[in-house]
Design a protein around this ligand. Structure first.
Ligand code: 4AD
Ligand code: MG
Length: 464
């Protein structure tokens, strides 16, 4: 008999019918010759209750029904007398597909997040991680659907690159060279001509530069893939391997860009509220009691649009009023997370799109304002997260872009193809990058980015 998924079993009302379900035992309790099993197969946060009488099964089978064991249950679907569930299954046959002894690391309820990270290969079997992973899947679907419906082309940019997109270091090298026997020139510098690509290569920190090639041909594209940063940021907001969504649009100005950023994030949050109800209610109960309120709140608010300079003025006024920050925030300083969160959580109490940053703290490709001092960046700052999106209008003038590259003394060897976008048929364009895991943090109410990706990669940890 064909297996029914538990999500479907719980919706059925054809009581009296025969049904087969398979899944893992969340818990088992018993009294007076009757046992109750909470069975979960990952299709929903909800368990189906299996009821059995000891006398109908051999003693050995009943003993093997332990937390974590995998079962096949054939029985009758019946209306449940218990509160909180419409139906349950009266077991006729139980087959233990996979036994689970008491060394199973998820025996106890209420294990800490830290502990669960040490068993990340098993933690997805918990209610919370099941909920997070279903929401993560739904957010990926929301993103693809949004862009598809808005006429964007999903554009695949390479993960291995010879260029350094953001003009910063912190990349993971990719090589097939024997690291114990490196070929070096007379100055001791490594020679890469015999390496796989014939030159030094790394894992990409962003698909943006190639994304711009796509946008200046296809009109509007987006990327959605893994991104790698070897920065030693041991924070609850940073991963060494994270997923990024990078839309890039020809003919967009700063206002178009901010409109898209806001509409896109709201669409994702609305999708979660519409499609992940059970999982969100569970997280709202177990992880963060203000989650649903916060998600609904974001949909109601118009995001504040604020220049960096205005932001600095507000922060300095706060300092004058006696507010203490750990880091300085004078004009020209990169804002720390405490500053971003002050603006979003205390001052405005809603998301902020901050624009027009000093050029010294932003990337070379951003469009310079008339003042010659600020660039048209458009970062989105969120409550509880800080920066969730980093975006900008791009400098489309070849001469201005080259001047900035030279001012920064950047190595142009690998940028020729990028500069060609400005050389031939250059167009105004803009784009942004959304950190997928930061979106999942916001939508799940989780506190640590290591807990919203199945197998986190962080300094000192590439386990599983
Ligand atoms: O602000 P970032 O560095 O911008 C870019 O990479 C641009 N190329 C994007 C673009 O304009 N196409 O990164 C974008 C977003 C951040 O706002 C943050 O949400 C996320 O990526 N992010 C990280 N997420 C997790 N771990 C890290 N180490 C991250 N670094 C950035
Ligand atoms: Mg940024």
């Amino acid at each position: 008999m064909k297996r029914t998924k538990i999500i479907d079993a719980l919706k059925r009302t054809d009581f009296g019918s025969k049904i087969t379900v398979m899944g893992w035992v969340r818990s088992k309790r018993g009294s007076k010759g009757i046992f109750f099993i909470a069975l979960n197969d990952g299709s929903t946060i909800k368990n189906v209750q299996i009821v059995g009488e000891d006398q109908n099964f051999d003693e050995q089978t009943v003993k093997l029904i332990t937390t974590g064991a995998c079962l096949k249950v054939i029985g009758t679907l019946v209306e449940s007398p218990a509160a909180g569930q419409a139906s349950e299954i009266q077991a006729k046959e139980i087959e233990v597909l996979g036994v689970c002894d008491n060394t199973y690391p998820l025996q106890k309820k209420g294990a800490s997040w830290e502990y669960l990270r040490t068993v990340a290969h098993m933690r997805v079997r918990t209610n919370t991680f099941g909920a997070i992973m279903r929401i993560r899947h739904n957010m990926a679907m929301a993103i693809h659907t949004y862009f598809h419906e808005h006429g964007f082309v999903y554009f695949h940019t390479p993960l291995i690159t010879a260029s350094d997109c953001e003009g910063a270091g912190n990349m993971f090298q990719v090589t097939t060279k024997n690291l114990y026997d490196l070929k070096k020139d007379k100055d001791g510098k490594i020679i890469y001509d015999d390496d796989f690509f014939g030159e030094q290569t790394s894992l990409t920190v962003s698909g943006q530069l190639e994304g711009e090639l796509g946008a200046t041909a296809l009109g509007q594209i987006y990327t959605f893939g893994p991104t790698f940063r070897a920065e030693n940021s041991n924070t609850p907001r940073h991963l060494a391997e994270f997923w990024m969504i990078e839309p890039e649009m020809a003919f967009y100005d700063k206002d178009d860009l901010m409109d898209l950023e806001e509409d896109f994030i709201k669409y994702c949050v609305r999708w979660a509220l519409d499609n992940c109800q059970d999982d969100l209610e569970f997280l709202n109960k177990m992880v963060d009691k203000t989650l649903l309120e916060r998600l609904n709140g974001v949909l109601k608010e118009n995001f504040v649009r604020l220049t960096y300079t205005e932001g600095i003025n507000i922060l300095q006024e706060a300092i004058r009023q006696g507010h203490k920050f750990e880091f300085p925030c004078n004009w020209g300083d990169d804002l720390a997370s405490e500053h971003e969160r002050y603006l979003v959580e205390e001052h405005f109490k809603k998301p902020v799109i901050m624009t027009d940053y000093p050029k010294e703290i932003k990337s070379f490709y951003m469009k310079l304002n008339e003042d010659g001092k600020t660039m048209q960046g458009t970062d989105v700052l969120f409550p509880a997260i800080g920066e969730i999106i980093g975006g900008s209008v791009r400098e489309e003038s070849y001469d201005k872009l080259m001047a900035e590259i030279e001012r920064r003394q950047m190595d142009t060897r690998h940028l020729g193809w990028y500069l060609d976008t400005r050389r031939w048929g250059s167009c105004p364009h803009a784009g942004f990058g959304l950190g997928f895991e930061r979106l999942i943090l916001f939508v799940t109410g989780m506190q640590n980015i290591r807990d919203v990706i199945p197998f986190p990669r962080t300094p000192g940890n590439a386990n599983f």
